[in-house]
Design a protein around this ligand. Structure first.
Ligand code: ADP
Ligand code: MG
Length: 246
């Protein structure tokens, strides 16, 4: 069963001479409960694919479907019950004047839950923060703790597909592994599907079952993680990327 189908996706910004074609004819599928990586150098279009999926990139063509349902130009609220995103920068993604309790409580309310208190407590436990963080504000949290809050917020609607945009690359190296382990555990416990962007092949080989290599907006090759671990890519660009990561 496919959780995500992306067919001939093109995404562009601007018009006329200012037009930037950020994604060109991307086609790939992600199976249910699979963890799929998008790798490639900066500017290759990785984030734009995630942004197009969540409706943050307005100009796109091609076809997208989630859990068998085609995605139109507008994302209904129900879409975000299935699909949630975690952004790269946990400093930018949390409102500075909203407490953790507000962030999680409002998200839960938006998605129609009524047992908000219990759920906030449970979410904080699920991401390894615990209750003592409930009434804190972002400035009272470390980068890793903020990212845990962002992950809790993403989990609040009980989604099936998480879009993870370099979720650890803004964090101290010492914290990165903790967050990756948390994400791996959450996926296993809940049978989540991940689409995870990274420019770090070691992260992807640790976290993903398959990956797509991107260059200049296009998908160069889809590899499984065995091929990655054995450094076997058929496309010269993927091979170059593998060689550079040793
Ligand atoms: P990656 O995540 O792989 O680093 P991005 O998807 O962020 O790459 O960017 C792909 C291309 O699209 C880049 O050339 C980038 O400059 C361009 N781009 C991204 N967002 C915008 C935007 N909002 N307006 C104009 N160009 C953009
Ligand atoms: Mg990016």
């Amino acid at each position: 069963m496919k959780m995500l189908e992306v067919n001939d996706l093109n995404v562009w910004f601007g018009m006329g001479r200012d037009r930037v074609d950020a994604v060109l004819g991307a086609t790939f599928n992600v199976e249910k409960a699979e963890s799929f990586g998008l790798v490639g150098e900066s500017g290759s279009g990785k984030s734009t694919i995630l942004r197009a999926l969540t409706g943050l990139a307005p100009h796109w063509s091609g076809s997208l479907s989630v859990d068998g349902h085609p995605i139109g130009k507008k994302r209904p609220k129900s879409f975000f019950k299935t699909v949630q995103m975690v952004f790269q920068d946990p400093y930018a993604s949390l409102h500075p004047r909203h407490s953790v309790d507000q962030v999680l409580g409002e998200t839960l309310q938006l998605h129609g839950f009524s047992d908000i208190d219990n759920r906030v407590v449970k979410l904080l436990d699920d991401v390894g923060l615990g209750q003592k963080f409930r009434f804190r504000y972002p400035h009272q949290l470390s980068g890793g703790q903020r990212q845990r809050v962002a992950i809790a917020r993403a989990l609040a609607p009980e989604p099936e597909l998480l879009l993870l945009d370099e979720p650890t690359s803004a964090l101290d190296v010492s914290v990165q592994a903790e967050i990756l382990n948390l994400l791996a555990d959450l996926r296993e416990d809940r049978g989540l599907t991940y689409l995870m962007v990274s420019h770090d092949l070691s992260v992807v080989s640790h976290m993903c079952d398959r990956l797509a290599v991107m260059k200049d907006g296009a998908l160069v090759e889809v590899l499984d993680v065995d091929a990655l671990r054995h450094m076997k890519a058929s496309h010269p660009y993927s091979q170059q990327l593998l060689n550079a990561s040793i």
